[in-house]
Design a protein around this ligand. Structure first.
Ligand SMILES: *Cc1c(COP(=O)(O)O)cnc(C)c1O
Length: 386
């Protein structure tokens, strides 16, 4: 009866449907499922952050509409954190914008810059809102394949002139979901040059910058010369402090880009619950020790899972950051059917790589978001069916 908009029709189909249904069925049957599919931390939010929320929630001053642009104290804490972490000095008044989770900011940003038919350059495989936000703004995603041969970095030289001319935005995300890849300094330098030359806005999604292993410290794109003229960077407290359900993140970078996103958002939402903003301040100011222990936890899980899979002949690498393993399926087994088989025969859920884009075909993604004991159990089960 109703006719969907062209934009809605152009959104990609939801490719996890099949595996979601199978997972629900398995749960309903009471099977003991090990879920390596979810990119959502299993550990609770640290208590000092929850305590801050509890206190702030009691204060009536926090019950009213929040400021669209975020509380000055939060913007200041974000600025301080950037200075401490990356030695980048941001102006909290003009170069920082709190978000209701970074996903909404990423998805809304293209509305500020794309006209119908404009392109955005999108990594494939990639986090789905890059594509979705582009399409909802009337734009068209141009896919940049991330392949093992290119260390899962887009090959900028291969982007044809027509795409460079038609594009206004390029999305990048390192440490990367779903591949676990990290960007080299050379890549960032080349990217900035590419963006300047082709008049592109760079959107850098830095959601995983704080989850890194073996002493590695991911860098911000804004540390690199020239970046602050062409880039906006998105951050989130979701993965860093186990706060996915709270919905708090931010965008920062060139003032003109930040202001454009703020204008879009002022027509759509009315800011983050003030008590959550204050809890965010507590997280940014006090979470260092806690973060160290989380990285140690993920690193141990990573080592057990990767070593265990390699003992079974899987040939898997240890990612330096984020909490995903991106694993090539034996060529005979197509990705969705392999994920289905792991669920059917071993009660293990993994994410089919093709859900992140066509170049994810032939891969599965495993998340390090279950306990060591469950990882060991999963390895036993995989051994049995191998
Ligand atoms: C989890 C994730 C985010 C964070 O999303 P929030 O909306 O802040 O919870 C952003 N980008 C990527 C690539 C992610 O995987």
């Amino acid at each position: 009866m109703f006719k969907f908009s062209k934009k809605l029709q152009a959104l990609p189909p939801y490719l996890f449907l099949e595996i979601d249904q199978a997972k629900r069925k398995a749960h309903a049957e009471g099977r003991d499922i090990i879920d390596l599919g979810i990119g959502d931390p299993d550990q609770p939010t640290p208590k000092f952050i929850i305590d801050c929320l509890s206190q702030a929630a009691l204060d009536p001053a926090n019950h009213r509409y929040a400021l669209d642009q975020g509380m000055p104290v939060l913007r200041g804490a974000i600025g301080d954190w950037y200075k401490r972490r990356f030695k980048v000095n941001l102006n909290p008044e003009t170069e920082v914008l709190p978000l209701i989770g970074s996903k909404e900011g990423i998805a809304h940003f293209p509305l500020a810059f794309l006209n119908p038919g404009d392109l955005s350059l999108v990594p494939d495989p990639g986090y789905p809102p890059y594509k979705g936000g582009t399409i909802l703004a009337g734009g068209k995603p141009y896919l940049m394949p991330l392949t093992a041969q290119n260390s899962f970095l887009p090959d900028l030289k291969k982007i044809p002139l027509s795409a460079r001319k038609g594009a206004k935005i390029i999305f990048i995300n390192y440490p990367n979901n779903p591949t676990g890849a990290c960007a080299s300094d050379d890549f960032y330098t080349e990217l900035i040059e590419f963006a300047v030359k082709n008049k592109l806005i760079i959107i850098s999604d830095l959601a995983y910058s704080e989850l890194a292993y073996d002493g590695y410290q991911p860098r911000s794109l804004l540390e690199f010369p020239g970046a602050r003229e062409v880039a906006i960077e998105f951050h989130s407290l979701s993965k860093t402090y186990n706060m996915t359900g709270w919905r708090i993140g931010w965008a920062c970078g060139k003032a003109q880009l930040v202001a454009a996103l703020a204008k879009v958002k002022s027509n759509i939402d009315s800011g983050i619950f003030s008590a959550i903003q204050l809890a965010g301040v507590a997280a940014l100011r006090g979470g260092q020790d806690y973060l160290k222990s989380m990285c140690a936890l993920y690193q141990q899980r990573r080592d057990i899972l990767v070593d265990g899979l390699n003992d079974l002949g899987w040939n898997t690498l240890k990612p330096k950051a984020a909490f995903y393993l991106w694993i090539k399926i034996p060529p005979k087994l197509e990705a969705i059917s392999f994920a289905a088989r792991l669920l059917k025969d071993a009660n293990i859920v993994v994410t089919p790589g093709v859900g992140f884009g066509q170049h994810g075909q032939g891969y599965i993604r495993l998340a390090l978001t279950v306990s060591q004991a469950r990882i060991k159990e999963a390895l036993e089960r995989i051994k049995k069916i191998s």
